[in-house]
Design a binder for this molecule. Structure first.
Ligand code: TRP
Length: 434
């Protein structure tokens, strides 16, 4: 290894970076539109139930394995049993593939920030969005800029780069979100949006929605790619992981719910539909902004909010392969980051072009962008989580009391690792494949 392994400078640093990893486009872009597609409040109820029970086990498991082995993903799996080295390598590979589509959305956001502050009103926002994503030059350049920003922080190291970025960006994100929530709640008929979010309609409960909630929960908590494992490996002293896990889950849920409270009252106030899909944030919201006083400014602030969230999560996505390259190939962080930049570009450019020039290339009937999203969220994330639960449950022979003091909960934790979580996740995968 080139230098001593880095560590977080304080407990606060660890928590804020873990929350930064969790709170991202998953909360502000994906969560509201999926909730809109699956009927509002009932989805929220199922999601909260899942996130506070089933997700708790793989989340704390990842943190524990990182803290226990003090290694990046491949080394951590190898430490449990050398046979598992190759399974561990799936984590950084998943990270590179997730980056391949996530960073394109980062590029779109940068464009919308400039667009908002430039003050030129756009006539038809729906058309503008579909034309913009086809533009090969802009989308590729902006994707690379966003990638560069995330890699830059990673290259500066754990303390100077990752910690600093999170400590600066997360408070900005919190303040902007609250500012926009207040504006939204003061719009006429805001209560309709709140009713949509909090008054469940039980007739909309179905198995597809439960699976969507489970997938969303994994994605938003950053489980299944070794991000929490890698962050956990930088934990210094003996800390109670249970409390950290709940803090991460509660904060992530709070951000998602606030994002909903920011978006839905505005959607209802302007008689828009909440189920417009992935375009909710890029088409519906700008339409609303254009009708508000100081709309351009509010729109710019909103996309800055989105950018802060995307950067802190983007950093966690690149940190997994970055740490793996440093420790496996014994190279410096900067060299590792250059290598990673090239690897991610290899996937991100075709994905960025997949709405325009490369639209004809279809994998499983999906364009490259959608295919990467599908492959990672529905297959690789749950698969990695299943492997890690089984490996810790059956091979590490975890004594639950090392992690959870209460005997009953420790036993539940072990049963969860060995049986319950893998079975539920296998179910999710098979249904996701249909
Ligand atoms: N959780 C982030 C979001 O909500 C995305 C993310 C960051 C992620 N790191 C991850 C998703 C690791 C899966 C695995 O936007």
């Amino acid at each position: 290894m080139t230098d001593k392994r880095p560590l977080w400078s304080s407990k606060y640093s660890f928590i804020i970076t873990a929350i930064g990893s969790a709170v991202g486009l998953g909360n502000i872009w994906r969560f509201p539109y999926i909730m809109g597609q699956y009927g509002g409040a009932i989805f929220l109820a199922v999601y909260i139930l899942i996130i506070s029970t089933i997700c708790f086990i793989p989340l704390i498991n990842e943190l524990y394995i990182g803290k226990y082995t003090k290694k990046e993903c491949v080394g951590a799996y190898e430490a449990i049993n050398p046979k598992f080295k190759y399974l561990g390598a799936l984590n950084p590979i998943t990270g590179i593939l997730i980056a391949g589509f996530y960073f394109i959305v980062g590029g779109w956001i940068i464009n919308y920030i400039f667009k908002s502050f430039s003050g030129n009103p756009v006539e038809n926002l729906g058309e503008y969005f579909s034309e913009f994503v086809k533009n090969p030059f802009y989308t590729c350049v902006l994707t690379e800029i966003f990638l560069f920003i995330c890699i830059f922080f990673s290259a500066r190291g754990v303390k100077k780069g990752i910690e600093t970025a999170n400590k600066v960006l997360m408070p900005i994100l919190g303040v902007i979100l609250i500012f926009l929530v207040i504006i939204s709640l003061n719009l006429p008929n805001a209560h309709e949006g709140l009713e949509y979010m909090f008054k469940p309609d039980f007739s909309k409960l179905n198995s597809k929605m439960i699976l969507a909630a489970l997938g969303q929960a994994f994605f938003t908590l950053s489980i299944g790619m070794g991000a929490l494992l890698t962050y956990g490996s930088y934990i210094k002293e003996d800390k109670t992981l249970v409390k950290s896990a709940y803090t991460i889950i509660l904060s992530d849920t709070a951000f998602a719910v606030l994002a909903g409270i920011m978006i839905f009252p505005a959607v209802f106030s302007f008689n828009m539909v909440p189920n417009s899909g992935a375009g909710l944030v890029f088409v519906t919201l700008p339409q609303i902004f254009s009708q508000l006083p100081y709309g351009n400014f509010i729109s710019g602030i909103f996309f800055i909010l989105l950018l802060c969230a995307a950067i802190t999560s983007g950093i966690s996505i690149v940190e997994v392969p970055c740490a793996a390259f440093v420790e496996r190939f014994n190279i410096s962080r900067v060299k590792s980051c250059v290598l990673l930049f090239l690897c991610i570009t290899f996937f991100a450019i075709p994905a960025a072009l997949s709405f325009g020039m490369l639209n004809d290339i279809k994998l499983l009937d999906k364009n490259i962008f959608d295919f990467l999203d599908f492959l990672t969220s529905n297959i690789l994330l749950p698969m990695n989580a299943i492997f890690l639960c089984l490996i810790s449950g059956w091979f590490l022979k975890l004594n639950g009391n090392d992690i959870i003091k209460n005997k009953f909960f420790a036993l539940c934790f072990c049963i969860g690792l060995k049986y319950i979580v893998p079975i539920i996740l296998i179910l999710l995968m098979f249904m996701g494949l249909n």
